[in-house]
Write a protein that binds this ligand. Structure first.
Ligand code: 8YV
Length: 324
């Protein structure tokens, strides 16, 4: 039985941060996608008190059952739809994540997708590279200034996106489970009911977390309400959209286009229908994928784990009611 707590690490960690972990814990590397019960002995698993993982590791009851002394699971992500939170709460497993440090990076990709769609920038690049420009001008596109930007879900990232949309002289509206006090106080956006959001938005941005309630919550009914000139952007989680209904809406012209940084299946296979639609801009779940932001996220995820196992209140907890 080791004297130092053992922690599972399932994500590449920069050397300096890994040294911080190694200075306190015995590290057990479990590659993402592998289950501890399949790759670790019962003796090793009996000593595991923490883990550092990405959203690709399912933190479900089986996993927690296989790690009987697990006390902290630190997500290298702000989203925690990979976690069975009721099971974690039953088992008193503290869940930590990395909010705030990625707000700007995700908002930048969100607004970047808006510009790509409205000004058709991706097709424009291909137009020039193909030599088509020698045969005539690129087709006119559309202004975004004066248009309506709609946010489904308003939180830390949404407020940064709203500020950005205002900088583009857009009218910003939002729908959320409840009024967002900071948004209202700062005058960043106006609250509207959900149907009004889908009817009025020229750019509809999905920023709700993936939960049992939000899974496939944006589907045929919502797309039918949207303007045929409207764009949909998703930088939250792919499964919030009914992807089959989205593909149909894009093919039939119910909406003008979509910018997707997240999909139901990731990585997206090349034979996905999304890859052959001309009115879709696709990104590889890169919202937070900058050197600076991922470093800040990793620092937060590592320090959440160290602090929690050292009896120090972690910076970011999903179920803080378990602390203490
Ligand atoms: C992840 C994300 O951090 O933070 C989230 O919820 O979806 C991404 O930024 C990334 O996939 C690395 O885990």
């Amino acid at each position: 039985m080791t004297t130092r707590p053992r922690v599972i690490v399932s994500v590449p960690v920069p050397e300096d941060l890994r040294a911080e972990l190694a200075g306190r814990f015995d590290i057990v590397d479990v590659p993402v996608g592998e289950r501890p019960a399949e790759v670790l002995s019962a003796q090793v698993r009996a000593d595991i008190q923490g883990q550092l993982i990405t959203p690709r590791t399912r933190v479900d009851d089986d996993l927690m059952q296989s790690l009987p002394r697990l006390r902290v699971s630190s997500n290298f992500a702000v989203g925690y739809d990979n976690v069975d939170l009721p099971a974690a709460n039953r088992r008193k497993v503290l869940i930590c994540n990395t909010p705030n440090v990625l707000n700007n990076a995700v908002a930048d990709v969100t607004l970047g997708l808006m510009l790509c769609l409205a000004r058709n920038l991706v097709a424009g690049d291909a137009f020039v590279r193909s030599g088509a420009w020698t045969r005539g001008p690129f087709p006119l596109t559309h202004d975004i200034r004066g248009k309506t930007f709609g946010l489904l879900g308003m939180g830390r990232i949404g407020r940064v996106v709203a500020r950005g949309a205002q900088a583009f002289d857009m009218k910003v509206i939002y729908h959320n489970r409840r009024l967002d006090e900071e948004t209202e106080a700062l005058g960043l956006a106006s609250y509207v009911d959900r149907d009004t959001l889908f009817r009025d938005a020229d750019v509809l941005c999905v920023l709700v977390p993936l939960t049992a309630e939000t899974r496939h919550s944006v589907g045929a009914r919502e797309f039918a309400m949207m303007k045929p000139t409207a764009y949909l952007i998703n930088t939250a989680r792919g499964a919030v959209l009914d992807e089959a209904a989205l593909i149909e809406a894009l093919r039939s012209g119910k909406i003008a286009g979509a910018g997707l940084d997240v999909m139901e299946t990731e990585p997206l296979p090349a034979d996905s229908p999304l890859c052959s639609l001309p009115n879709v801009v696709l990104q590889a779940h890169v919202g937070s994928a900058t050197h600076e932001t991922r470093r800040a996220m990793m620092e937060l995820a590592v320090h959440n784990l160290i602090d929690a196992l050292s009896g120090i209140r972690p910076t970011a907890m999903v179920n803080p009611e378990l602390w203490g």
